[in-house]
Design a protein around this ligand. Sequence first.
Ligand SMILES: NC(=O)c1ccc[n+]([C@@H]2O[C@H](COP(=O)([O-])OP(=O)(O)OC[C@H]3O[C@@H](n4cnc5c(N)ncnc54)[C@H](OP(=O)(O)O)[C@@H]3O)[C@@H](O)[C@H]2O)c1
Ligand SMILES: [Zn+2]
Ligand SMILES: [Zn+2]
Length: 352
Amino acid sequence: MTFDVRGYAAHSPSDDLVPYRFARRSPRPDDVTIEILFCGVCHSDLHTARNDWRNTVYPVVPGHEIVGRVTSVGPAVTRFRPGDRVGVGCLVDACRHCEACAAGLEQFCQEGPTFTYNSTDRLDRTPTQGGYSERIVTSERFVLRIPDGLDLAGAAPLLCAGITTWSPLRHWQAGPGRRVGVVGLGGLGHMALKLGKALGAELTLFTRSPGKEADARRLGADHIVLSTDAAQMKAVRNRFDLIIDTVPYAHDLNPYLPTLRHDGTLVLVGFLGKLDAMLNTTSLVVGRKAVAGSFIGGLPETQEMLDFCGAHGVTSDVEIIRMQDINAAYARMLRSDVKYRFVIDMASLKAV
Ligand SMILES: NC(=O)c1ccc[n+]([C@@H]2O[C@H](COP(=O)([O-])OP(=O)(O)OC[C@H]3O[C@@H](n4cnc5c(N)ncnc54)[C@H](OP(=O)(O)O)[C@@H]3O)[C@@H](O)[C@H]2O)c1
Ligand SMILES: [Zn+2]
Ligand SMILES: [Zn+2]
């Protein structure tokens, strides 16, 4: 027996999101049923709603920064109980046995992971639908525990913006004595600053927006560079061990490469696709530098990040909105007018 839930869906790339009723699957023995309390609004939700990646199957209910409370568990569930504070991020399943899955890197599942929305359930082949909704049903293997003491709304963005920046910070060993640059101060960028600071790195924000300086410092940046100012870019040549680039659209990477010190790495997490500007390899070759990518994080690493945030009191700076405000929120996100993550209060769905 499936059950009906209310949510908001996009039905085409150009139409606003609208109220939408759909069926959640009947819980399986290893499933946790979660009442969604808050859901963060990621730029990937917008990319998917607008079909920017040319793979959207409509109607789609976005949302992969989900936090809530467990309402029931299947008989095979061992780690969760009704009432627990839990989260669901970008992944709801994977093959569970390939080399990547065995290593806890489900995001790189060799058979392709099942995403929280715009994906297909591995067993019943129904479309997966995300967190802009009342409830979700997820295998316990893909459910995260939200540490006590963390504000639930502020914790929601950790499920994507948090882990997406945590993973490269950890992989490329950000910490004391390491200089880290962050490109773009949005949802991902502000979490990169907060997490990088908590890890002890020296942080520099690259932004094209004058006026973000005070916020950036408050969020953890030691230095701010206006990326449109050639003199400021020149002043930070040979500086960074790691740069995390969160810009969502195609842009020229060449100005950033000379700012890496030898053996430095520029990690792309924002833009997926083909870059228009040719890469000038001189700076890479002369300096043994790398351009790399990084994609969310696996389940063990996501729990590690949440536990770290619990221990260090790290949450996202959020602006709480009603579900009904989502279209205006997307418009503001496109103008970089977000401080620094919209989070939907799902109680607002009751008024729809
Ligand atoms: N790799 C992954 O696993 C992963 C996971 C989650 C999200 N993403 C992707 O990461 C990107 C960022 O997501 P988000 O939620 O952080 O977005 P966001 O909140 O909109 O922030 C993006 C920031 O990038 C800068 N920016 C925006 N448009 C730009 C442009 N045209 N040129 C230069 N800079 C621009 C702005 O910062 P300034 O004003 O400071 O310049 C903006 O605040 C999205 O493309 C999203 O799909 C990837
Ligand atoms: Zn996301
Ligand atoms: Zn796998």
